[in-house]
Design a protein around this ligand. Structure first.
Ligand SMILES: Nc1ncnc2c1ncn2[C@@H]1O[C@H](COP(=O)(O)OP(=O)(O)OP(=O)(O)O)[C@@H](O)[C@H]1O
Length: 351
């Protein structure tokens, strides 16, 4: 089921949460709404769900206007951050719930319910805990059950609001890969709210970056990362060094308001040329496979981060005999700049 959002507006008092939004979600796609807290992700999801009414604009499901359809008529499944499993029901009964409360005319038989719930529990790889109760499950298991329960009624659209937000980092990582695989099997049109860029990039077919009720950019994870449409997108999707004003000798003596270079797009070299910045090593921090080296620019004293694999850093450090206080030069492999209207300047022109 495709979803189309047309000229959608919503405000709570003076807070604009949807600012003339337009968005097409093709059938079967997994889309992440990504943005900082308060950017309007949940409000948009709730309007798609039918839990909130827009002030103006339209929501189309499969080409049909569903803006004012009741939530029960939309055939959407929900998974929220805080597991909403029924504590007094077994896992099996939790998943069966949506089927059992159907009107008699459309309610499946007991045998059909049993076989469907068993299949769903297998799908989320938890068929072995069907007889347990929610308090006997880990947080990650509960979220998988919440997903099985949402899928039981065969929704045409699945809406997930920070579904893994309450879980620890390792479980989150496992579950997002698992969700991706599940989606590849089920192909239910899914909209996923998150403020975690790694989560969005890893799970989604398409990422919609939101800021202050507006869509800053939408595209594949690679598109938004490699070709950010605005400074906000660039900065939200990962660490970046900002260079104000004239760029020393580099790149090509470019003038301009601000230049952006990601920490992994800078080389550390020992000789200056027209494309390098003179710097002084401040400190190096290694976490897991990566080393982050902090430098101070000689011209304006601002800090610049460089990121590289720890082995590469060890080789370079020994070769150039680098330690805190050592002089060095940084050469950007890629610089991103924006014009006065925040439109990206062709990278070839920026360097
Ligand atoms: N029912 C409401 N009444 C008043 N203000 C609201 C209501 N719901 C949301 N808001 C406000 O609207 C803004 C956007 O909220 P929303 O929950 O959509 O953002 P979000 O991007 O999902 O943020 P978060 O990641 O923190 O959940 C916030 O400033 C919030 O306080």
């Amino acid at each position: 089921m495709s979803i189309e959002i047309r000229n959608l507006n919503k405000a709570f008092g003076k807070t604009v949460v949807c600012d003339n939004l337009n968005l097409d979600i093709p059938s079967g796609e997994l889309v992440a709404l990504l943005g900082p807290s308060g950017s309007g992700k949940t409000s948009l999801l709730r309007i798609i769900a039918g839990l909130e009414r827009p002030d103006s604009g339209t929501v189309l499901f499969g080409g049909k206007d569903a803006t004012f359809d009741d939530v029960r008529d939309r055939n959407v499944g929900f998974v929220f951050q805080h597991y909403a499993l029924f504590a007094h029901m077994s896992i099996f009964e939790n998943v069966a719930f949506g089927l059992r409360v159907r009107p008699k005319a459309t309610r499946p038989s007991e045998a059909e319910i049993r076989s469907k719930v068993s299949a769903l529990l297998k799908l989320v790889q938890l068929d072995w805990i069907a007889d347990r109760y929610p308090h006997q499950l880990s947080g990650g298991q509960r979220q998988r059950i919440a997903l099985a329960r949402a899928l039981a009624v065969e929704p045409q659209v699945l809406l997930l609001d920070e579904p893994f937000g309450a879980l620890d980092a390792k479980v989150r990582k496992e579950l997002r890969r698992w969700l991706r695989r599940l989606h590849d099997e089920m192909h239910v049109t899914s909209v996923f709210v998150t403020h975690d860029q790694d989560e969005a990039m890893e799970v989604a077919d398409r990422v919609v970056v939101m800021n202050q009720g507006r869509i800053e950019q939408e595209g594949s994870p690679d598109q938004v990362y490699d070709h950010p449409a605005t400074p906000f997108v660039l900065q939200f999707l990962g660490d970046v060094n900002l260079f104000h004003g004239r760029l020393g000798h580099a790149p090509g003596g470019a003038e301009g308001p601000v230049s952006y270079v990601r920490p992994h797009e800078l080389d550390i070299v020992d000789r200056p040329d027209e494309n390098t910045w003179p710097v002084t090593l401040s400190q190096a921090l290694t976490v897991g496979p990566l080393t982050r080296v902090e430098f101070k620019r000689n011209d304006d004293g601002s800090y610049v981060d460089v990121e590289l694999p720890r082995e590469a850093w060890h080789v370079l450090r020994d070769k150039l005999q680098l330690k805190p206080g050592s002089p060095a030069h940084l050469r950007p492999r890629r610089v991103t700049r924006f014009d006065d209207h925040n439109a990206p300047i062709d990278p070839a022109a920026a360097i």
